[in-house]
Design a binder for this molecule. Structure first.
Ligand code: PMP
Length: 354
C-alpha cells in the first residue's frame, strides 16, 4: 500500500496465476501448458531468424501472422486481431465493448481473469450460475445485458457446449457483443469461428498457448466482424499499439502452418486424457466430461486441498481453487503419458486410494 496509489487501484484483486516452479524435477500439471515442444517448423524459423533485424521495430500490424490466420480460418484480413496472449486480447475486448450501462453476463464459474478485467475497467457484472452438473445453460443468458462472455469449453470445468446452443443464443441476442473464449477448443469442442460472418456481434478468441505449444511466446487472437476488429484496433492503438515482437510473429505463423504436427500432438493429448479419465474413475473420482487438455475431478471422500498437498509432496503440481463451489476439485493438466502414469501412481499412494 502506498499514499501514491489511487482509490481505484486499492480495491483491485489481482489475478493469481498458477505456480511456475524454479527448480527442475517437478511434474507440472497446474497451468494447462502443452507437454510437447512447439512444431519443429517453429524451432527452425527461430533458429534461422535474421537476428540483425531485431534492431528494427516489429511490424505494428503483425501482417504475416494476420494473413496466416485469415487464410487458416477462411476469413478476411480485417476480421483478425492479434495480441500478446489471449489475455491481452481479452483486456482490449473488455475495454472496447463491455463498459456499458447494463451488466456483462458471465458464468459464475469460469476463467477468473474476466472478473479481474471487470474490476479494472469498472464493468458491471451479473454472474449466471452453472447447472448442478457444472454446465453453462445459455438459455439463462436471454436477459437484458451489456454483453456476454463465456469460455467454450469452459474453464476450469473443461465442459463444452454444442455449437447449436451458441447459435441459438446469437439468434436471440443481436444487440450486444457475445464473446466466446476458445482457449481450449482444439481439444475436442466445436469452434464458433464458422459463425462470425453470420453474426456481426460475435467475437471468437483463441490462443497459441495450449494446442500450439507456445505459451512462452504470448500470442492470442480474435476473429470477428470487421466492425468488432476495428473496435479492438482502436483500443490497442490507444495503448501505444503494443505490436507483437518479431520472433513471436514469425514463430506463431509457423505454428499455425504446421497442421500435421498440431493434429498429432492434440490427438495424443486427447488419447492420454481418455486414459487418465479412466484411471481416475477407477479410483473413485468423479471427472467432468472434458473437451480440453485438462481434467476437472473430485473425490467423494478426500478434499481437493488434501489431494493437492498429497501430490505436491511427491513433486507433482496440480491446480486447486479455493472458491467454495469448486473447492473439492482438482484441475489436472494432461501431460505426457509418462507424467500421467506418475500422477496416477502418486494418487494410489494416498491411504484412502491404495
Ligand atoms: N482463456 C482461458 C479460458 C484460459 O484458461 C487462459 C489461460 N490461462 C487464457 C484465456 C489466456 O491464455 P493466454 O494469455 O496464454 O493466451
Amino acid at each position: 500500500m502506498s499514499k501514491f496509489w489511487s482509490e481505484a487501484i486499492l480495491s483491485l484483486q489481482p489475478y493469481v496465476p498458477g505456480e511456475q516452479p524454479k527448480q527442475g524435477n517437478i511434474i507440472k500439471l497446474n497451468t494447462n501448458e502443452n507437454p510437447y515442444p512447439p512444431s519443429p517448423k517453429v524451432v527452425e524459423v527461430l533458429t534461422h531468424f535474421p537476428k540483425e533485424r531485431l534492431r528494427l521495430y516489429s511490424d505494428p500490424d503483425s501482417t504475416q501472422l494476420k494473413q496466416t490466420l485469415a487464410q487458416h480460418f477462411h476469413v478476411d484480413y480485417d476480421q483478425v486481431f492479434v495480441g500478446n496472449g489471449s489475455d491481452e486480447v481479452l483486456a482490449h475486448t473488455f475495454m472496447a465493448f463491455f463498459r456499458q450501462p447494463l451488466p456483462l453476463l458471465l458464468p459464475s464459474t469460469t476463467y477468473s481473469f474476466y472478473d479481474v478485467y471487470c474490476d479494472l475497467y469498472q464493468i458491471k457484472t451479473q454472474h449466471v450460475p452453472l447447472t448442478t452438473d457444472y454446465r453453462i445453460n445459455l438459455a439463462d443468458y436471454a436477459q437484458p445485458n451489456g454483453g456476454i462472455i463465456f469460455a467454450n469449453p469452459n474453464a476450469p470445468t473443461g465442459v463444452a457446449l454444442p455449437l447449436t446452443d451458441i447459435e441459438a443464443l446469437l439468434q436471440e441476442n443481436t444487440e450486444t457483443v457475445v464473446v466466446v473464449d476458445e482457449a481450449y477448443v482444439d481439444f475436442g469442442a466445436e469452434s464458433a469461428v464458422t459463425l462470425v460472418n453470420q453474426y456481426p456481434n460475435l467475437l471468437v478468441i483463441q490462443t497459441l498457448s495450449k494446442s500450439r505449444s507456445l505459451a512462452g511466446m504470448r500470442v492470442g487472437f480474435a476473429i470477428g466482424s470487421p466492425e468488432l476488429i476495428a473496435g479492438l484496433e482502436r483500443v490497442k492503438n490507444s495503448f501505444n499499439s503494443y505490436p507483437l515482437d518479431m520472433l513471436a510473429i514469425a514463430a506463431a505463423s509457423a505454428a499455425i502452418e504446421d497442421q500435421r504436427y498440431f493434429e498429432q500432438t492434440t490427438q495424443q493429448i486427447i488419447a492420454d486424457r481418455q486414459w487418465t479419465d479412466e484411471q481416475l474413475t477407477a479410483l473413485g473420482f468423479n471427472a467432468l466430461p472434458s473437451s480440453t487438455n485438462f481434467i476437472f475431478a473430485s473425490h467423494p471422500e478426500i478434499s481437493g486441498a488434501e489431494l493437492m498437498t498429497h501430490l505436491r509432496s511427491r513433486n507433482i503440481l496440480v491446480r486447486h481453487f479455493t472458491k467454495p463451489s469448486i473447492e473439492n476439485f482438482l484441475r489436472i493438466t494432461i501431460g505426457t503419458r509418462q507424467e500421467m502414469e506418475a500422477m496416477i501412481s502418486a494418487l494410489k499412494e494416498h491411504p484412502k486410494l491404495a
